[in-house]
Design a protein around this ligand. Structure first.
Ligand code: SAM
Length: 290
């Protein structure tokens, strides 16, 4: 299916009509390639009776297609000027609701209350505003809602971090956080040339499927995330130094914790698997609760 809201001349005409201008600080880079828009909008693999939640509809390039693929679409947009255009452009579409809000301030459980008895029928889709990529992703994952999937376009560099394997330079605390909550698939790359205005980085689309059962068994989530953040806080330093600084512990104490977890003294956080980080965080937890 092709989007009619990706044609640059049509976009300019609509923008003129509504006196709309791009706001860089809101990450407004609109898609101008109908095929790419369709690849993204169809990536959640909608079955026809599902709900799509879109973050940042902009001028509606993806929204138009989502209204075809999903039973209902809920689109959250922060920019009142974009909403002004959207409400007019979609005036005769009856399966869309626009919500004027900052996605980071939305209560997701309240927004989706009508649909939460079947969360596996809700997918999140977005060409994300790049300035809030990580907090938006974490907000959806940390909500605990078992979405069918969360399919987003984001900077290629961040997408690579999300899909990174242990031991690689892209493996980071963000990789761990996202993998803790979801299975991640790197779907495809998108050139910077299919946006108006063109950003100065390329993009990629990833699909995250929230886990139904935890990937690791840990004693305490807060200690796990604190251990991960501390471990990755200083890339050039060893895990021993990072944990000593992060938890204000003596190196001797950290050596004991690492030995209990079966981790070598000279290890670096990026060399540890999820299971090893889990074991390490359990040993940190035990140290503070003995
Ligand atoms: N979906 C459109 C497309 O693909 O062409 C526009 C995508 S554009 C990269 C990001 C959109 O997110 C813009 O419409 C912008 O106004 C909106 N946005 C920015 N910050 C937001 C926030 N905090 N909450 C909701 N929408 C936001």
């Amino acid at each position: 299916m092709a989007s009619t809201l990706t044609n640059p001349a049509a976009i300019k005409q609509i923008m003129n009509k509504y006196d709309f201008y791009f706001k860089k600080d809101l990450g407004q880079n609109f898609l101008i390639d109908g095929n790419i828009a369709d690849k993204i909008a169809s990536a959640p693999l909608f079955t026809g009776d599902e709900i799509a939640v879109e973050v940042g509809p902009g001028i509606g390039a993806l929204t138009e297609l989502l209204c075809e693929y999903a039973k209902e679409v809920i689109a959250v947009e922060i920019d009142p000027f974009a909403l002004n255009m959207l409400r007019d452009l979609f005036a005769t579409t009856d399966n869309i609701s626009f919500v004027h809000s900052d996605i980071l301030k939305v209560d997701l459980k309240e927004l989706l209350s009508e649909y939460l008895d079947e969360p596996e029928k809700i997918s999140v889709v977005s060409n994300l505003p790049y300035y809030i990529t990580s907090p938006v992703i974490l907000k959806f994952l940390e909500s605990g809602i078992k979405f069918k999937n969360i399919t987003v376009m984001l900077q290629k560099e961040v997408a690579k971090r999300l899909a990174a394997k242990v031991g690689t330079k892209d493996y980071s605390s963000f990789t761990i956080a996202v993998h803790y909550y979801a299975e991640v698939e790197y779907l495809f790359d998108v050139s910077r040339n299919v946006f108006m205005p063109a950003p100065n980085v390329d993009s990629a689309v990833i699909r995250m499927v929230p886990r139904k059962t935890p990937i690791i068994d840990i004693k305490d989530e807060e200690t796990f995330f604190k251990t991960v953040r501390a471990g990755f806080a200083m890339r050039r330093k060893t895990l021993l130094n990072c944990l000593s600084t992060g938890f204000s512990l003596s190196k001797d104490d950290v050596k004991i914790i690492m030995a209990n977890a079966g981790i070598a003294e000279n290890a670096r956080a990026e060399s540890l698997t999820m299971e090893e980080l889990g074991k390490l965080s359990d040993c940190v937890y035990d140290h503070f609760h003995k």
